[in-house]
Design a protein around this ligand. Structure first.
Ligand code: NDP
Length: 291
């Protein structure tokens, strides 16, 4: 009683998606620009389609996972006109604007459109730990939620097709911020030949301790009350200079850490020095219409 599904794009991620559908017993049709990348999936029982349109015609729902938005447009363009009544779930990484534009294009084709963001690496696909965010057509998501459940934990966010991309990119930004801090920390300790593996457990413990404070910061950001400051902005702006000076003295580039120092100083200049560092979020929002 498994519902058929098609997958366009068999890169590292598309292969994992198609494999998870096969593992759950879904009749799975696959297409990839470089046809040979489908061979291993075909050997596992997938059906090969010669064109994107043929793949989409084979199933009520098609999952697309290509490199970027341009690849999606190039792939789906020739299939236009043949897709009415089908559902398209686009898991290609992209911007909210790209998602909304694709949703508009799909609506013109009579296609139900769901955009998504994959918060997982390929080996996690098919497990509960893989979070996949969805937004767009609520009806299409509801109709295919069980099928999509083969990929991981499915979370539907909003009818705005751009919402999943917004969350996806925001989560990536949090990840890259963490990576940036980690890489800079290792460059600092590495300048004294401390092995990364020796220092990293301390970083993990420290970051976990700091992560515990994020919900309280979120509450301050939502209320706009940044007055409860055990660690005020002005103090942090002063000690941050030491971080930059020590890095330079140790022969470590400061490009990953300078922006935070600049923002701390701007906060002080704008009179936020006595409050909590959670006020910095407001300084980043440059569009008055979106405040
Ligand atoms: P890969 O580089 O492994 O695969 C890229 C895929 O896109 C291939 O199937 C490739 O086809 C196809 N492609 C590229 N350009 C075109 C084009 N012009 N026309 C048709 N097909 C094209 O990337 P991934 O599979 O890793 O990533 C796919 C998407 O998933 C990306 O948007 C990525 O950001 C996202 N993602 C990836 C994660 C990961 O860890 N891998 C994690 C979360 C999201 P061909 O084989 O012919 O080259």
């Amino acid at each position: 009683d498994r519902s058929p599904v098609s997958v366009l794009g068999l890169g590292a991620m598309g292969k994992a998606l198609a494999g998870a559908f096969l593992d759950r017993g879904h009749p799975t049709t696959v297409w990839n620009r470089t046809a040979g990348r489908a061979d291993a999936l075909v050997a596992r029982g997938a059906r090969r389609a010669d064109t994107p349109a043929e793949a989409m015609a084979a199933s009520p729902v098609t999952v697309v996972c290509l490199l970027d938005d341009a690849a999606v447009r190039e792939t789906l363009g020739p299939a236009a006109g043949a897709l009415a009544g089908r559902a398209l779930v686009n898991l290609t990484n992209g911007t909210p604007e790209q998602a909304r534009a694709m949703a508009g294009w799909a609506a013109g084709q009579g296609v139900d459109y769901v955009d998504g963001g994959i918060m997982a690496v390929p080996p996690m696909i098919g497990q509960d730990g893989a979070l996949i965010l969805y937004s767009g057509s609520r009806e299409a998501f509801g109709a295919h939620e069980r099928t999509l459940g083969a990929l991981g934990s499915a979370v539907y966010l909003d009818e705005d097709p751009g919402r999943a991309a917004l969350y996806d990119l925001a989560l990536l930004s949090a990840m890259y911020g963490m990576f940036g801090g980690f890489f800079h920390a290792l460059a600092m300790t590495g300048s004294e030949k401390v092995p990364a593996a020796e220092f990293t457990p301390m970083v993990v413990g420290w970051l976990n301790a700091m992560i515990a404070g994020l919900p309280a910061m979120a509450a301050a950001i939502d209320s706009g009350d940044h007055s409860a400051a055990d660690s005020n902005v002005e103090m942090q702006a002063v000690s941050y200079v030491n971080l930059l000076d020590a890095s330079r003295a140790q022969g470590v580039g400061t490009e990953l850490v300078e922006p935070m120092g600049a923002l701390l100083h701007r906060a002080v200049a704008e009179g936020l020095g006595a409050g909590a560092v959670s006020s910095l979020v407001g300084l980043l929002r440059t569009d008055p219409a979106r405040r």
